[in-house]
Design a protein. Sequence first.
Length: 143
Amino acid sequence: MKTKALFLEIVCFLFILLFLYTAFSKLADFETFRVQLGRSPLVTDISGLVAWGVPALEILLAGLLMFGKTRKVGLYGSYTLMVIFTAYITAILNFSDVIPCSCGGVIAKLSWWDHFVLNIFFTSAAAIAALVYPATIPKHQRQ
């Protein structure tokens, strides 16, 4: 397998793993997730919508990344979502006295700096993967 193709497979796999893990962690403890979002000064008014929307979007993006025909859209969506998450963390850290963590599972145990670094890593990986993703996919690689 060529280096570029291997890189794309690894990035997509990592995003699928990340998004499914975090989505199902949030849904498994939905009430805690919803309450923590309600404490965030940035999304208080729309916390109910965000509480359902974020896991749903993470599951959708994981699904898009699984198939060759939708992978590029999934990569752009993953990049966009990671930019939003990173901007949210930056805003919370710089402009909020209250710093609630609404992440799911083991990721909730990370420090805010660790969250930021993880987000920068995934944002960069998605950007690079979307840019190097081939304009056309050979027929034998389509799913």
